[in-house]
Design a protein around this ligand. Sequence first.
Ligand SMILES: [Zn+2]
Length: 204
Amino acid sequence: MRTQAAQRFPILKPFPTDYDFFRGGRHREIRRVYIHCSATGQGDAEAFDYYHRVQNGWNQIGYHFVINNGAGDKIGFPAGIIQMGRPMSKQGAHVKGDNAYTIGICLVGNWDFELFDILDARVQSAIYLTEALIEAFSPEVLLHRDAGKVPGVPNPGKTCPGKNFDGGAFEQCLLDQLGRHPARLLYEQIYKSFIQRYRGYKVI
Ligand SMILES: [Zn+2]
């Protein structure tokens, strides 16, 4: 089961040196990246895929990426591991009224209850991933709760990714790290420990 899940939702290769990886979505215009939380204590791409199919009747997970929190999920991914969800070439289902030109990143957890820490492995992985997406698509980056700032998009009426999620600190860290890639170093550490634990995983 473990291998099947990993193959269905591959783990993001940690060091795309030329960002070719992201160009698969080029035929869909990407204008914005949205940061979400799962509002759950645990979960992974496989679990959200199941939930979105069964509960929402969708044909696939709504998010394009899932960043694991390492807490008690059945696959046991450590915090910060990024899984691919719906292919970026396909429109996602994560922001009402703004899915056509956007990418959805879901961090497992709930910052309505958790305290925000910029050094949290999930936050650092989100910065790393967002940075790569900026290099590939030059999108605007928004928290889900701020979707109403986009002309024509309704206010979602949500705190997602949680009231304690510090959008200003996130943005500042993203700006500081753009072009310097320290987030990638942290991701390498996480990734290496993961590979040591799960040697034999198929990793794209
Ligand atoms: Zn959300």
